[in-house]
Design a protein around this ligand. Structure first.
Ligand SMILES: *Cc1c(COP(=O)(O)O)cnc(C)c1O
Length: 407
């Protein structure tokens, strides 16, 4: 368990947290959009640019080999972090969005008219629109898993959607709006009993819980480095070898080929078949440092600390008259979406910003979910490892003050 002194020490790794907004200390509660980056990660980036800037996999020269080693070390760190079988199953992408697009485009190519894909009502646009793009050319049907009042998936409702035409399931592990931690292990089991592979959007999960590919048995798993204290522009697609091997490349170019002639080109083995062009090897190396950072603190310690903040914030917010919290799942990550009375989320967010509190407002890239909730948007506070109990108190006081201003 992290104590107050641990958090004080952790905060020293994030100088951005000393920022003042209109003279007040910044209270950064937008971690579900992107988390801040510790100095160690920034140091890796500058180290790579200063000392190891050489293109990977292409040169015999020493720098190129060292840069390649850094990239491949990071791949091994990711493999271990999610307990995948082999580094061939770890494909570096630009982020969760690109990882899902890769699967929709490459695996999706095998789908035909009448096939059905199951997604849920809480998906981020990144796990809706790529499947809709597939529908442009083919009459593929999306079937949507409903949610109960608490913002949870009821596995019976999910299982009811399977038909003989179901070909794929794409579900989020943790909702970026509701915080619901979905029963993905069970959902994967059900899909597999129907012979259907599953992609899990893990963008909100990897920073706050242990994620184990062998235990989950997910066929694909997508996530972004920037939401786990890492750099922007880097993400991962985990895929089971048996699928990745049969899937065609996503993009063509350098790095992903075996041999090229004008008559015929063969492709590289995994994972390089899916990594066309010069990868962001600087960001990838820094991502490796971010994983080290998380593991030094301990993912269970991070989860316990964030859960304590979530419970305290929820309890205090509920005492504000007119407070409506969206997403009250038993099993919840440290995200609170709410509205007070009829106050527009954007208006509240603007005032909170003046008070130093950074929250997200609006539809959070999940417009279909907003429609189902019958609202336009919410104010969303999301916690990270460096947030403190004092910040929770200041945040709740700021919400209270804002609510009074509008009443
Ligand atoms: C942030 C997020 C994404 C998109 O991640 P990018 O890093 O923008 O590609 C997808 N799904 C969920 C649940 C997210 O929170």
């Amino acid at each position: 368990m992290l104590n107050d002194q641990d958090i004080i020490d952790i905060r020293k790794d994030f100088p951005i947290l000393d920022t003042k907004i209109e003279g007040r200390p910044l209270i950064y509660l937008d971690n579900a959009a992107t988390s801040q980056t510790p100095d160690a990660v920034v140091d890796t980036i500058s180290y790579m640019y200063r000392n190891l800037k050489a293109n990977v996999h292409r040169g015999v020269h020493t720098l190129s080999q060292l840069a390649t080693d850094k990239q491949e070390e990071a791949r091994e760190k990711v493999r271990r972090y999610i307990n995948a079988d082999s580094t061939g199953e770890i494909i570096f992408t630009r982020g969760t969005t690109e990882a899902i697009n890769l699967v929709a485009s490459s695996f999706g190519g095998t789908l035909t008219h009448g096939d059905e894909i199951i997604i849920t009502a809480m998906e981020h646009h990144a796990n809706i629109v790529p499947w809709q793009l597939l529908q442009r050319n083919k009459r593929i049907r999306l079937r949507i898993v409903p949610l109960n009042e608490r913002g949870e998936i009821v596995t019976e409702d999910y299982e009811d959607l399977f038909t003989e035409n179901t070909r794929f399931v794409a579900i989020s592990h943790v909702s970026n709006v509701l915080g619901s931690i979905n029963p993905v292990k069970k959902m994967i089991e059900i899909a597999h009993s129907h012979g259907v592979p599953v992609l899990v959007d893990g963008a909100q999960a990897v920073s706050c819980m242990k994620v184990d590919m062998k235990e989950l048995d997910a066929d694909f798993y997508a996530f972004s480095a920037h939401k786990m204290y890492g750099p922007t522009g880097v993400g991962v697609l985990y895929g089971k070898k048996k699928f990745l091997e049969m899937m065609p490349p996503y993009q063509g170019g350098g790095e992903m080929i075996g041999t090229v002639t004008f008559e015929k080109t063969t492709f590289a083995g995994l994972p390089y078949k899916f990594e066309a062009g010069t990868p962001d090897f600087v960001g990838i190396a820094a991502f490796g440092t971010a994983i080290d950072y998380i593991q030094d603190i301990g993912i269970d310690n991070i989860a316990a600390h964030e859960d304590r903040l979530l419970k305290a914030a929820t309890e205090k917010l509920q005492q504000i008259p007119g407070m409506r919290i969206f997403g009250t799942s038993e099993n919840k990550s440290a995200v609170i979406s709410f509205l007070v009375n009829g106050i527009n989320s954007y208006d509240m967010g603007t005032i909170l910003d003046k008070l130093g509190v950074a929250v997200r407002t609006g539809h959070h890239c999940a417009e279909p979910l907003m429609h189902r909730l019958g609202i336009e948007g919410t104010v969303r506070a999301s916690f990270g490892v460096y947030n403190t109990m004092e910040e929770v108190e200041q945040f709740v006081a700021a919400v209270e003050r804002t609510a009074k201003m509008f009443s």
